[in-house]
Design a protein around this ligand. Structure first.
Ligand SMILES: [Zn+2]
Length: 428
């Protein structure tokens, strides 16, 4: 049966409507649609969103298949309501050639759970010395438009300038992991009261903010487009706000964990809270929420960073940095943004689907929920309350900071071009 009728869902949180899917396409959105010849999904009380798009995912393949593969990562993505993810380039080998990005792209096609758009490295081997083959990666079958050395900062201003100039020719974007490396040598957590009390090396806000300030000015100077990964400080928000008011072509993302968690959690010395950029203060969290609400920050991106047990379950200083996030992102956004009244569901659709698809040029994603559009859709039950149990994750890794925490909302169905990848909260 190729027809599916989603009955009575609140489209983008608005009026209850019926949505008829025929094959890969939305055929009609209206009330009182006939269910003749269609499989019916009763969706009363649920929210229907465009399929979510994550501009910042680490899928770890090739090279660290012990933490995640393209298949397990895309299964995790579908579980979290995503229909497209952008895969970061810090794999082994690094995705700095057409060959590697095509391999990741092909693995994504084979997975069938979620579209995978590879991100290309800005510099060869992420070493920050020499531009990678940006043009060849763009011209390849993978059609790369987003470039990033994420995990590392492109700290050389001349290399950053050249990268911005280069991608401008084909409408690409450089996504910067803003971290001044000299200011963060030996850093273990946010620099502040808690780091001073714990005697851990601090990671000052200025290490992030100084790179963002430099890069928005570089983008303005060469007339190119820059994207700032995982903003984490109130000061970063102020710089991006200033840059936008000046007409600079900058976009920015925030992770779910930076919208909810603070550096107070580091007092537990539980390495599950060790992440780059680090968890900051309550004041930063509130500034990030406000900026996401007013559009200064364009999108939520997960920075899904799977690590195997042995890389996280050790003393703080030795533990790897990063958290998984695909399967909890929407719940954290519901708690921090929707239930606080800062963002409605239409706003969530913008920050988690329309805007990331636009920034990354993800064709067929981030489209309106209307007739004639590709049926990339996510159905959410906002009334659901559940305790996070990583044993139930589709991801190969379990390093979630939310274990045992109650979060609202649950993705009940995900559709990738009309095909259900998640049914009743379970992978199809
Ligand atoms: Zn990063």
């Amino acid at each position: 049966m190729s027809k599916i009728l989603i009955r009575g869902a609140k489209v983008l949180g608005g009026e209850a409507q019926d949505v008829l899917i025929d094959g890969e396409t939305i055929e009609a959105v209206s009330s009182g649609l006939s269910d003749e010849g269609a499989q019916v999904i009763e969706a009363g009380g649920q929210i229907l969103l465009p399929g979510l798009v994550d501009l910042h995912t680490h899928l770890r393949e090739p090279g660290r298949e012990d933490s995640e593969t393209v298949l397990t990562g895309t299964r995790a993505a579908a579980s979290g309501g995503y229909t497209a993810v952008f895969a970061m380039a810090n794999t082994f080998p690094v995705a700095d050639t057409a060959g590697v990005v095509e391999q990741v792209y092909r693995l994504g096609k084979e997975s069938g759970y979620c579209d995978v758009q590879p991100i290309g490295a800005v510099t060869v081997g992420l070493e920050g010395k020499k531009l990678a083959e940006l043009g060849a990666m763009h011209e390849s079958a993978a059609g790369v438009t987003v470039f990033s050395d994420d995990g590392k900062c492109v700290d050389d201003a001349v290399i950053m300038r050249r990268a911005l100039e280069y991608v401008k020719a084909f409408g690409g974007v450089v996504a910067q992991h803003a971290q001044e490396p000299r200011l963060t040598e030996g850093a273990q957590m946010n620099e502040g009261i808690v780091s001073a009390e714990l005697g851990l090396g601090g990671w000052p806000a200025v290490a992030e903010e100084s790179i963002i300030a430099r890069d928005v000015l570089l983008a303005e100077h060469v007339g190119s487009r820059v994207h700032i990964c995982h903003l984490s400080t109130a000061g970063s928000v102020e710089i991006v706000r200033w840059a936008k008011s000046r007409g600079i072509d900058v976009t920015a993302e925030v992770t779910p964990h930076h919208l909810l968690l603070t550096d107070e959690l580091v007092r537990s010395y539980n390495p599950v809270y060790k992440v780059n950029p680090p968890l900051r203060t309550e004041r930063d969290v509130m500034a990030l929420r406000e900026a996401l609400a007013d559009g200064t920050i364009d999108i939520v991106a997960t920075d899904h960073a799977p690590h195997p047990h042995e890389d996280k379950d050790c003393e703080w200083a030795a533990a790897a940095m990063g958290m998984v996030g695909l399967e909890t992102a929407l719940s954290v956004v519901q708690q921090t943004m929707v239930e606080t009244g800062l963002l409605d569901w239409a706003g969530v659709a913008d920050r988690m689907s329309y805007a990331p698809a636009r920034i990354g040029r993800a064709a067929g994603h981030g489209r309106p929920v209307s007739a004639g559009e590709p049926a990339n859709l996510t159905l959410v039950d906002p009334a659901y309350r559940g305790v996070v149990d990583p044993a139930g994750f589709a991801s190969r890794s379990r390093n979630t900071p939310y274990e045992g925490r109650e979060l609202p909302g649950r993705v009940t169905h995900t559709f990738l071009r009309g095909r259900a990848t998640v049914v009743d909260g379970k992978l199809a």
